[in-house]
Design a protein around this ligand. Structure first.
Ligand SMILES: [Zn+2]
Length: 266
């Protein structure tokens, strides 16, 4: 179906033909801010946390800073970023994989945390669709479906499948969920809550925001969005899900659409 293929795999814009009379070069414009690159196109409130399977509106690997996955929006089963690398490239454990685009900022985050006396380690990072199948159904067997759905993402709906989410822990410490509140009871959790945004990482599921984020409080779960977006979201006071919802066009696809093919758009 060529029309659909064109819609989900846009071809690059045509290159302008050379003209006989050269036109003056445009003045260089300053780098666009995050808000300029992702202008607010809707002021609708973030949608309720329905349990649905809707293809996310930003499915390309190059959309990494704005791909929404939640209880409704999914990247599908075949989403597996092509640039996964071991976290040892940022001086952390090679057991965990993350997208290569975050390595410089992850290294800077880990170095700054260490220097501040709050050394960090990774408890979980990239999880494939198949791993998330196992993870979700493990929690269903432990907690029952209705409870599991509030703390574990269904396959295709996890930020961990994006290769952008990291569950942090204190280096040498227990699992972060063993604290009453990792964000206040652990020096590492405290430091992350105050400083991670400066390095491009945001806590996806803050305390008291579950109606907006669709999940309970997870003070260990951070998503990388890049420093510009993280600063903008931090300044907005919104959760990451709300901010992304307000800054992407047509977040709800109109009518039936095939599952997106998560190819590289650039
Ligand atoms: Zn997590």
């Amino acid at each position: 179906m060529p029309a659909v293929a064109a819609a989900i795999s846009p071809s690059p814009p045509p290159v302008a033909e050379a003209t006989a009379s050269p036109t003056p070069l445009p003045e260089p414009s300053p780098s666009p801010t995050a808000t300029e690159r992702y202008p607010i196109t809707t002021l609708e409130a973030v949608p309720p946390c329905a349990v649905r399977d809707v293809p996310t509106a930003k499915p390309y690997y190059s959309d990494w800073a704005s791909t929404i996955v939640d209880s409704t929006y999914s990247v599908g089963a075949d989403y597996a970023p092509p640039d996964l690398v071991g976290a040892d490239e940022a001086g952390l454990s090679s057991y965990f994989q993350v997208r290569s685009i975050m390595i410089p900022d992850l290294q800077a985050l880990a170095d700054a945390a260490w220097a501040a006396g709050a050394p960090l380690a990774i408890d979980s990072a990239y999880r494939s669709y198949d791993t998330q199948v196992w993870t979700f159904w493990y929690w269903v067997s432990e907690l029952g479906y209705e409870t599991a759905i509030q703390s574990s993402a269904r396959p295709g709906h996890s930020e961990h499948q994006l290769g952008l989410a990291i569950d942090f822990k204190a280096s040498g410490g227990p699992d972060p969920w063993d604290y009453y509140n990792f964000a206040t009871d652990s020096p590492t959790g405290q430091w992350l809550a105050a400083n991670a945004w400066k390095y491009g990482f945001l806590m996806s599921y803050p305390l008291g925001q579950s109606a907006k984020t669709c999940y309970g409080f997870e003070p260990w779960h951070y998503r990388y969005v890049g420093r510009d977006e993280a600063a903008a979201i931090h300044a907005s006071g919104l959760t990451t899900r709300e901010w992304m919802w307000q800054h992407q066009p047509n977040p709800e696809p109109q009518g039936p659409r095939p599952w997106p093919s998560p190819v590289l758009a650039s």
